[in-house]
Write a protein that binds this ligand. Structure first.
Ligand SMILES: N[C@@H](CCC(=O)N[C@@H](CS)C(=O)NCC(=O)O)C(=O)O
Length: 218
């Protein structure tokens, strides 16, 4: 029988897709059980896990008997199910910008540096080419996001409230700053937003290094 009301998140500490899902869960004030799927050990390829996510990726969220395996779909599901702390604004233009930013991160930036892609490039061309590709794709994505947010005067990406776009931006900028040690000062809006996110408890709790499966030195 389905465990009503219990949320389980299949996650990996360093996964940016899981990172943004944790931010959304925290912003919604939802408690969840954390189930680690070690991507470097290939646990996502286990046939048992494939039943949870046929793409063999994290994250996946189990809510009672509802299983959702995609960070964007999870965010929209949680938004519909738990509307009390809305992450999508009523204003259509602002809402569209939130969806656009989420979609860009999900479909035009992160897939280009997914583990399966990086491993393939490394195998074929070596680790230097892999890192060059990674950083180039991050720069391409961050430049587009910076342009899109040009003139954004609010505290957060789309105004003075924390919204869906902020969860997606925080996880993506983190990859550039913390994982790839990139200097993002040429993206002043993204830099300002990233600093703002560092102060928010729900974002802090979702950080990769604060997850139960993070190595102690991270
Ligand atoms: N569109 C999916 C993409 C999920 C995804 O690519 N997850 C990565 C981690 S961020 C993964 O599990 N990669 C495992 C692999 O490449 O083998 C989402 O946003 O959830």
């Amino acid at each position: 029988m389905a465990d009503e009301g219990k949320l389980t998140l299949y996650s990996y500490w360093r996964s940016s897709c899981a990172h943004r899902t944790r931010i959304v869960l925290n912003l919604k004030g939802l408690k969840y059980e954390y189930k680690a799927v070690n991507l470097l050990k290939g646990e996502q390829l286990d046939p048992e896990y494939e039943k949870i996510n046929p793409m063999k990726y994290v994250p996946a969220l189990l809510d009672g008997d509802t299983l959702i395996a995609d960070s964007f779909a999870i965010a929209l599901y949680l938004e519909d199910k738990y509307p009390e702390k809305p992450l999508l604004p009523q204003d259509l233009k602002e809402k569209a910008l939130n969806l656009q930013i989420g979609s860009i991160v999900c479909s035009s930036i992160q897939p280009l540096h997914n583990l399966v892609v990086l491993n393939y490039i490394e195998q074929k061309l070596g680790s230097e080419e892999k890192n060059t590709w990674f950083i180039n794709q991050l720069n391409r994505g961050l430049a587009a996001l910076e342009k899109l947010l040009n003139g954004c005067a609010g505290k957060y990406a789309t105004g003075d409230e924390i919204r869906l776009a902020d969860a997606f931006l925080a996880s993506q900028i983190y990859v550039a700053v913390k994982r790839m040690q990139m200097d993002i000062s040429s993206y002043p809006t993204l830099t300002r937003l990233y600093q703002a996110y560092e102060e928010i408890p729900e974002f802090q709790a979702a950080l990769p290094e604060n997850q139960p499966d993070a190595p102690s030195s991270s």
